[in-house]
Design a protein around this ligand. Structure first.
Ligand SMILES: [Fe+2]
Length: 393
């Protein structure tokens, strides 16, 4: 079976090589945003976000500014784990209000919800039928994304992760039509983010970059983007999370964006698959799960990543050039563990999984990985079981 998965991944890789993915045009501030909306001749705007966003200074300021020229409808009901039922309600309300452009402002959850709301407004099919790859036929309603965390990279990826709570499922919708035409990257949006959230979303960005880099579907460009993101994260994440200096936050925003570009073509791996499988049953944040899984999964990949991570660690100057690839890889993993510890990210969850739950999560994880993630090597059930057991308390 593994051979069939690898052949499928090769075919996808070749297809992606010839497929033109657009990169969103980066906007710098609200003035540029308004200019674009006016140029597009859009008037009825939905400002979509989570509830916590409405009290932030950035949001209030943006809303007031847009209201001077546009009719702005507000919806702040996006939950931290967007689900089909909530999204359908937002879609119905948007139809009633005859919205002609959506601005999604928030973290990964809001950006993912915005993509699916926009796609649902133009495609007459239930969200469950969009699951997987290339299932969105018509261009989504125009949408612009404003990330307020530096981590998910959702503002430039083809993916949106959605929960189906009734069936305990969490799945990805992947389609290049979900890449927005514009993304507003403004470090001022990061000012109200807590140190813990800055840290864990930053570790999510690091996971994107590392999983893209070690995967088997890299191009020169994705490797370059991933490598630059890794360097930016090690150089800036600690300060971005522990100081108010905007320069570090700006660099993290760039890192998150570059890592997002890398995974659009090179995909992610077991860290994400295990993380999604846990999140389908237990409500931990995506960034936190990835932070504690990343070093553990890299250790389990063993030899299969020594050459790539060893070379990367040496090229970035984190260890002497004469170190062996194995030594360099272990050093890289230690650096991630040290970063987690410096950022006060606890390395174990506060629950213990039952063996039935572990079996369900392994099934979920394997289904996600098999065809779609060009992982460096496939992990056995025994290894996966060990991983689930060691991250609980
Ligand atoms: Fe992620």
């Amino acid at each position: 079976m593994k051979l069939i998965y690898r052949i499928f991944q090769k075919i996808m890789f070749i297809f992606v090589l010839f497929f033109k993915f657009r990169e969103p045009i980066k906007l710098k501030n609200k003035e540029e945003l308004l200019e674009v909306i006016i140029k597009k001749n859009k008037q009825r705007i939905l400002l979509l976000s989570g509830n916590h966003m409405k009290d932030t200074a950035y949001y209030k300021n943006l809303k007031e500014y847009l209201e001077q020229k546009l009719t702005v409808f507000v919806n702040t009901t996006v939950p931290s784990d967007p689900d089909i039922t909530t999204i359908n309600k937002i879609v119905d309300e948007a139809k009633e209000n005859k919205i002609d452009l959506i601005i999604g402002i928030g973290g990964g959850s809001t950006m993912d919800a915005t993509k699916i709301v926009s796609a649902s407004l133009t495609n007459k099919k239930p969200i469950s039928k969009m699951k997987g790859m290339l299932k969105i036929k018509k261009k989504p309603l125009d949408f612009i994304l404003i990330p307020t965390t530096a981590g998910t990279g959702s503002e430039c990826t083809v993916a949106a992760v959605i929960s189906d709570k009734e069936n305990n499922l969490k799945y990805a919708v992947n389609d290049p039509k979900l890449i927005p035409e514009y993304a507003l990257l403004d470090p001022l949006t990061l000012e109200s983010v807590s140190p813990f959230f800055t840290s864990t979303t930053g570790l999510d960005a690091l996971t994107h970059a590392v999983e893209a880099y070690i995967g088997k579907s890299n191009t020169k460009k994705t490797k370059k983007e991933a490598k630059e993101a890794i360097q930016l994260i090690f150089d800036n994440l600690y300060e971005a999370a522990t100081t108010n200096d905007l320069i570090y936050k700006e660099q993290m925003m760039l890192a998150s964006y570059k890592a997002g570009l890398a995974i659009t073509k090179a995909y992610v791996g077991y860290v994400h698959a295990i993380s999604h499988s846990i999140a389908a049953y237990h409500h931990y944040s995506h960034g936190y799960l990835n932070a504690i899984l990343l070093p553990r999964v890299l250790k389990e990949y063993g030899k299969s990543i020594y050459r790539k991570i060893g070379k990367l660690t040496k090229e970035l100057g984190y260890i002497e050039m004469d170190a062996s690839n194995e030594e360099a890889t272990n050093h890289f993993i230690n650096m991630i563990e040290q970063l987690n510890s410096d950022l006060n990210i606890k390395s174990n969850l506060d629950i213990k999984f039952t063996s039935d739950n572990i079996d369900e999560m392994i099934k979920h994880c394997k289904n996600e990985v098999k065809f779609f993630y060009p992982v460096p090597c496939y992990l056995s059930d025994k290894t996966l079981k060990k991983l689930y057991n060691t991250i609980g308390k």
